[in-house]
Design a protein around this ligand. Structure first.
Ligand SMILES: Nc1ncnc2c1ncn2[C@@H]1O[C@H](COP(=O)(O)OP(=O)(O)OP(=O)(O)O)[C@@H](O)[C@H]1O
Ligand SMILES: [Mg+2]
Length: 219
């Protein structure tokens, strides 16, 4: 279970251009949930997802299971992130000149995992892209890149998968296929949280969390 209590995010806090992107967000997400975070552009969706993914600082409280994230040192939170969280960034964030396989293996180096190639191929197979493993990412379609990005996010078998606009750049058929991938990961027991501005995509998830101007309006 993850729980946020009065989480606030202020960008540039000490400057005169400071901006309150999240204002006192309180939220509980149980293990195994499949949630969509929706809201207009600039409402704070990515900011919230980055905080959930232990990728950004905040004020307030965040409990990840029994751990109080605000009290963890940077090294401990990196370790927790590497072990428990898979993150799919808004723009894939793949290394274009590497093969799909090499991209998927990347998260396994810092944690010193064994059998890196085998683990990466297992994730790649799960995404149905075994035939693309050796191909350079620059030569893949958007939907194929999204699958590589998801394979990389799940290679370490995380408990939670976070994805920022995973269908944003895809045609509706490819988007539906990617949503099926998340659905099946969720039915394996993983908690899945995606950000989308597309209500028809959000409706495929079990729960919709709507934010507006940095505040939760429904959850
Ligand atoms: N690093 C930053 N420094 C200052 N302001 C920021 C920073 N990142 C985001 N913001 C501001 O915080 C607000 C929320 O941004 P965020 O990226 O979370 O929105 P979003 O809901 O994901 O939008 P989109 O749908 O366009 O991706 C925006 O007004 C944005 O300009
Ligand atoms: Mg965003």
């Amino acid at each position: 279970m993850i729980e946020l209590k009065n989480v606030t995010k202020i960008y540039n806090p000490k400057k005169n251009n400071q901006f309150r992107a999240l204002n006192k967000i309180s939220l509980i997400i149980n293990d195994g949930e499949f949630c969509a975070i929706i809201g207009k552009s600039g409402s704070g969706k990515s900011t919230l997802l980055h905080i959930l993914g232990l990728l950004d600082t905040f004020s307030g409280e965040y409990f990840f299971g029994k751990r109080n994230i605000a009290k963890l040192k940077e090294r401990a939170s990196s370790k927790l992130r590497a072990a428990k969280i898979g993150f799919v960034k808004q723009d894939f964030a793949l290394i274009e000149e590497y093969s799909a396989l090499d991209n998927v293996m990347l998260p396994l180096y810092p944690i010193g995992a064994r059998d890196k190639k085998k683990k990466a191929m297992t994730a790649i197979k799960k995404l149905g892209i075994s035939h693309l493993a050796a191909k350079e990412v620059s030569q893949l379609s958007g939907g194929e890149k999204q699958r590589v990005a998801i394979a990389r996010a799940i290679v370490n078998d995380p408990k939670i998968i976070l994805a920022d606009e995973p269908t944003g750049a895809l045609d509706s058929r490819t988007a539906a296929e990617i949503m099926d991938v998340f659905k099946s990961l969720n039915s394996e027991g993983k908690t899945v949280i995606i950000v989308t501005h597309d209500l028809s995509i959000a409706k495929l998830c079990g729960r919709i969390i709507e934010i507006s101007d940095g505040e939760i309006v429904s959850a």
